[in-house]
Design a protein around this ligand. Sequence first.
Ligand code: SF4
Length: 235
Amino acid sequence: MSYSNRIKKEQSYQNCAANVPQNFKIASTNSKTGLSINMPLKTCKPSVVCERNCYACRGPIMFKNSIIKSLRVAAFFDNTNATDAAMRVSKEFVNEKFIRWNGSGDLTEKTVEVINSIDKPQHVFSRIPELLNKVNNNVVRILSIDEETLDKINKLNDSSIKTAYLFDEKSNEEILVQNIDKIDLIFLTRPDLITKIPQEFRNKLCKCDAGLRPHALSCMVCFDEKSGCWAKKEV
Ligand code: SF4
């Protein structure tokens, strides 16, 4: 399933998303992060690398119910004031160590407002530097980039925002190596691609994606160890 097909599905299910069940929950479960907030892909500005690897375009997250849920989540944030939305999100994550945003999809002006109204550790990935710049600096903020979108780093206005480089089987190793100083984390689309990463840069790998640590709830391990995304960035 391609990104454009996923967008077509979101458009065709938009009406179903208007009926919100009583027991509607904002958060969804994800084996890597635990609970996360999944937005629809209409919020994304994907690169070609991102489109060809988008995990929200295949598997269970493409099922009709998951797509409708993501549309309801976006509608909830659009139609709820930021303070109320922040309280609702905090309540759903009360037993979690942190709140993970954008298991799918990306930031919007409204979700930035909600994130900035929450007093709890949060983990935010985005491909939109202009919005990431607006997120409070007590949040773990990570700009997702790849070899086509390296120039987005120049749009960051805060050097404490981290950069995560998506590397797939078509990625050019030379480009990665030439820009390694600007990259904080490397995300592999398949564990066997680790052989393409020079040994001296493997300390930047997401251990979970590189197959160096079991996938289940791996972000929680990083949170506890203050490693990976949660490691303090030297600025
Ligand atoms: S580095 Fe750790 S926290 Fe970041 S995505 Fe990978 S497993 Fe999750």
